[in-house]
Write a protein that binds this ligand. Structure first.
Ligand code: A2P
Length: 339
């Protein structure tokens, strides 16, 4: 049965990818309604060869919708998702607003779809893009050997910060132009652009501070990695130490993962498991460009971590806009439709 589907934040980076994936994957859409802020209300957007007019989410009547995807930031989700659910739709929310609510399942389609059995609020949360990339890889390894501890360093693309992240990096690359080689000797060259969005320039740089600091000196991004991994894998006290770093890459989040397990697991066994894990592809050199535009996450460099009894080190890369955001949300929709 075709569903009446809505996208809130439809004009944004992830919202646009959601529209594209609904079309690409032939999701059973009866009617599609698109919502954004008052700024873009009235504008028109293509879907399956037809024009859809964007509605103002603040004043729209959400009656008659079956399934509504949200990607319009945390405060919009906090305010509007309960209203949309009360009007009868199931909400799949890409923001962080509901991810720690025990009455809202936090779901990675390949890893814990069973969590969808309990959603009393009619709201489902889509994980953070960084956590997401790791889950299809760690899920099967945890099942085989029992995950005990996780150390992760990330290499995150700017598009994780929305359209604005892409614009800032593109502008800064242009400002450096062909003068970049001078940065080999002088990190304060006068042609460097002023910092925007991040505390320091993002072009030609490595930025180990993704926005806001939280508990213990960890950033919110690092705490999300800890808390969301615990929930998705069902290991409430899993020790996780993350270092989340922004790098001048447009799309494709990379993660260097050191995983310690309760039981022995060798590289060969891990590769055999990962080779048949849904949503995972083995790669000799998993890299951001390989992942960009692709649905699965790529894993490689799998090797023993001999600093612990049963440890593996590996590198994972995923498209932060697809699996990291829009794709997983659409896949949750597909699970709900029984596809
Ligand atoms: P708009 O384009 O009208 O500002 P991105 O993640 O690329 O920055 O996109 C954010 C998305 O969230 C956009 O579609 C944006 O709409 C939408 N959005 C931002 N604030 C609101 C709001 N208060 N209500 C509804 N949609 C919003």
């Amino acid at each position: 049965v075709p569903l009446n589907v809505g996208v809130v934040g439809a004009t944004g980076l992830v919202g646009s990818m959601m529209r594209q994936l609904l079309e690409e994957r032939d999701f059973p859409v009866g009617t599609l309604r698109l919502f954004a802020s008052a700024r873009s209300a009235g504008s028109q957007v293509d879907f399956k060869g037809e024009k859809v007019t964007v509605e103002d989410a603040a004043t729209a009547d959400f009656a008659g919708l079956d399934l509504v995807f949200f990607s319009a930031g945390g405060s919009t989700s906090k305010a509007l998702a309960p209203k949309v659910a009360a009007a009868g739709a199931i909400v799949i929310d890409n923001s962080s607003a509901w991810r720690s609510d025990p009455d809202v399942p936090l779901v990675v389609a390949e890893v814990n779809p069973h969590a969808l059995a309990n959603m009393p609020k009619g709201i489902i949360a889509n994980p953070n893009c960084t956590t997401m990339a790791a889950m299809p890889v760690l899920g099967p390894l945890h099942e085989a050997a029992g995950l005990k501890r996780l150390i992760v360093a990330t290499y995150q693309a700017v598009s994780g910060g929305g359209m604005e992240g892409i614009d800032v990096l593109a502008r800064q690359i242009a400002a450096v132009g062909d003068k970049g080689a001078a940065l080999a000797f002088n990190g304060k060259a006068d042609f460097l652009p002023a910092p925007e969005k991040w505390a320091v320039p993002i072009t030609n740089n490595i930025v180990p501070l993704n926005y806001v600091l939280g508990e213990d000196g960890y950033t919110e991004e690092e705490l999300k990695l800890r808390d969301e991994s615990r929930r998705i894998l069902g290991i409430p006290d899993l020790p996780v130490s993350g270092t989340c770093v922004r790098v001048p890459v447009f799309t494709g989040h990379g993660l260097s993962i050191n995983a310690e397990f309760e039981r022995p697991i060798d590289v060969e066994t891990a590769l055999a498991l990962l080779g048949k894990a849904p949503g995972v592809v083995l790669s000799d050199v998993p890299n951001a460009l390989e992942a960009t535009g692709a649905d699965p996450v790529f894993v490689g460099r799998v090797r023993p971590d001999r600093t612990v009894d049963h440890g593996l080190a590996m590198f994972v890369v995923g498209d932060n806009l697809r699996k990291g955001a829009a794709l997983n949300a659409v896949q949750i929709g597909e699970v709900l439709c029984g596809r």
